[in-house]
Design a binder for this molecule. Structure first.
Ligand code: GTP
Ligand code: SPV
Ligand code: MN
Length: 586
């Protein structure tokens, strides 16, 4: 079924191991999708939603134990353990293959094996990369069709002699005791079994476009990051592109689709991507960004016409919903959506909703939808060369410590600021929610190699170009003593984006603090917003004692990377401690 001998041999070898009843090579056509959809409707994998209100929309209810990424079951299998680093679970490659191949033996008996050639990145871009996912899940095929550029054209790209990442996936028996997500970066290979959930099963996404790609990017001199990309158009029509890295379920999709507040006449945000960014140094010394994905796999709860109107207009047709609730007239529903909670809801498990069972939609319920349906989708989103990035923004979900916004003093401090990101855990990954953890560059779950080497790679760009983006850190999630968010967030984040673009243009003022440059209250355009002077002061405050404690915590974290830690990061801690007035007397 292909002229590519390497691919043909791998498919044959995989079929011998997994023993499918049929092999189907995906061409990505509408006809193929219609047949797959019909078969999933017939066997209950998909439920049809209300055709009048939500044309061509479907609901998938996952197994109740398969609702998020499983970081404890995710491995990076490199010959040398140190290359995976303390930030990854590690298995010796032969041991990894041994464990997972035993689980693959005969796992597709009686099922169809789908072969999905895909391209990550725009057609015709020198930065796009190919992959092939083999899966026994039609739900995965339907999602990959939205999230990546699958089918005939991708196969032609591979048959033209371009390299490709191999990804083998089986739903297995969904028993978490037999669930593994393994990466073999030295072989450009991914093996996943036992989960049908997004990041565990749509292998083009986190497994390929972040874990494997970050490994390739290090050796090839570029960056694969957990970032959104957006363009900010000012009233003169000038567009400034920024990329922003926030941990999972910390606001990338929302920021990427931002609608400015009414007082911001003439301002507009263009969406290029909402989750993954590949950054390449251009001949002009700037970093150029492409979004390797073609769709959004976004968090449903909290999405409404009030918080994210562009997203609500993107959804509503040609969308796969996973683990949302359903109304009596078969419309998708989740906590935070517009309007009152309807009576007679079915929860994400299909039971009559009862608050004693928890929320109606799973907190990590998601939608899968084509990016091109987004009203703010950028005209440059498919540009082969990508868009030039003026600012990189890091951020996390932190109820204290991190101020609303700060700007790094230079590239080295910027890399430190990214490496210092900490955030409260969310429902995007299995495990406890709301625990503060270190999540450097929002890549803790996704960096395919040792963070020490990763930070050195980031730092190496400093010597290569004088045209690098400015680096910022934001926090939309500061809470007051009563536990309420102090900043309105969502569309009002435009006020911070405006200051950032004006800093990039050399127009806005800032004050220097030990931890970075910050706006004074009067440097932010807050027209039309009611936030008290006291709240604003608190949002922009730097508490020396809290920041000194933060430096101690960071020092301990950095120490876990031993000899692979770039000394420049420790020097930043020394500098900041000094600027904060040193450690307070015991
Ligand atoms: P992943 O897809 O997991 O990588 O997540 P993401 O970073 O794209 O997060 P997303 O934009 O989907 O937001 C996750 C949750 O944070 C949603 O419930 C949002 O409603 C909420 N959220 C997003 N932006 C803001 C904000 O500015 N303020 C507050 N308070 N909540 C926000
Ligand atoms: C995330 O968890 O950061 C996501 C969803 O974007 S997943 O595809 O599952 O990784
Ligand atoms: Mn993500």
């Amino acid at each position: 079924m292909t002229k590519c001998l390497e691919l043909a041999a791998w498919v044959e070898e995989t079929a011998l191991l997994t023993k499918p009843a049929h092999i189907h090579w995906c061409d990505g056509s509408d006809h193929e999708n219609a047949l797959l959809t019909a078969s999933m409707l017939a066997d209950g994998t998909l439920l049809r939603l209300n055709e009048q209100t939500h044309p061509n929309c479907y609901l998938h209810r996952s197994a109740p134990n398969d609702v998020a990424r499983v970081e404890h079951l995710t491995f990076v299998c490199t010959a040398n353990k140190e290359d995976a680093g303390p930030n990854n679970n590690w298995l010796e490659p032969a041991a990894g293959h041994g464990i997972i191949d035993a689980l693959y033996a005969g796992c597709m008996r009686g099922r169809t094996m789908y072969v999905i050639p895909y391209l990550m990145g725009p057609y015709g871009s020198p930065y796009s990369r190919a992959g092939v996912e083999i899966t026994d899940s039609p739900y995965v095929v339907a999602n990959m069709r939205i999230m990546a550029r699958i089918g005939t054209r991708a196969l032609a790209h591979i048959e033209a002699g371009n390299s490709f990442v191999k990804g083998l996936h089986s739903t297995g028996d969904l028993d978490p005791a037999r669930r593994y997500i393994m990466h073999f970066p030295e072989q450009l290979l991914i093996k996943s079994i036992g989960s049908g959930y997004g990041g565990n099963a749509l292998l083009g996404k986190k497994c390929h476009a972040l874990r494997i790609a970050s490994w390739q990017a290090r050796t090839e001199g570029w960056l694969a990051e957990h970032m959104l990309i957006l363009g900010i158009e000012d009233p003169t029509g000038r567009i400034t592109y920024v990329a922003a890295a926030f941990p999972s379920a910390c606001g990338k999709t929302n920021l990427a689709m931002l609608v400015p507040p009414a007082a911001y006449a003439g301002w507009k945000v263009w969406t290029v991507g909402d989750d993954i960014t590949w950054l390449h140094p251009g001949e002009d010394g700037r970093l150029w960004a492409i979004n390797p994905e073609a769709g959004f796999f976004g968090v449903a709860p909290g999405t409404s016409l009030k918080t994210n109107p562009n997203c609500m207009q993107t959804l509503g047709r040609n969308t796969i919903y996973t683990n949302v609730a359903m109304t009596a007239d078969r419309q998708p529903w989740w906590e935070g959506i517009d309007g009152d909670k309807p009576a007679d809801l079915l929860d994400w498990q299909g039971r009559p909703h009862n608050v004693a069972n928890g929320p109606a939609a799973h907190p990590n319920a998601r939608f899968t939808v084509a990016a091109a349906q987004c009203p703010s989708y950028s005209h440059e989103a498919d540009a082969p060369q990508g868009v030039p990035i003026s600012a990189i923004i890091f951020g996390g979900r932190r109820s204290s410590v991190a101020p609303l916004v700060l700007e790094a003093l230079d590239w080295e401090h910027g890399v430190f600021t990214g490496a210092a990101v900490a955030s409260e855990t969310t429902a995007a990954a299995a495990g406890q929610v709301g625990q503060i953890r270190r999540d450097p560059m929002a890549m803790k779950p996704f960096c395919g190699y040792n963070f020490g080497d990763y930070w050195a790679h980031w730092l190496s760009f400093g010597a290569r170009s004088a045209q690098l983006p400015k680096v910022f850190h934001v926090n939309w999630f500061r809470k007051d003593a009563a536990g309420h968010f102090m900043w309105p967030g969502y569309g009002d984040n435009m006020r911070v984006l405006r200051w950032i673009t004006e800093r990039c243009a050399g127009a806005a003022q800032a004050r220097k603090t030990p931890v970075g440059l910050m706006p004074r209250a009067e440097d932010l355009d807050l027209s039309g917003l009611t936030v008290s002077a006291q709240t604003l002061d608190a949002l922009l405050a730097i508490e020396p004692a809290i920041w000194l404690a933060e430096m101690d915590d960071l020092e301990t974290f950095f120490a876990s990377f031993g000899a692979r830690l770039p000394p420049a990061l420790l020097q930043q801690i020394v500098r900041i401690r000094g600027a904060l007035g040193g450690r307070p007397a015991a």
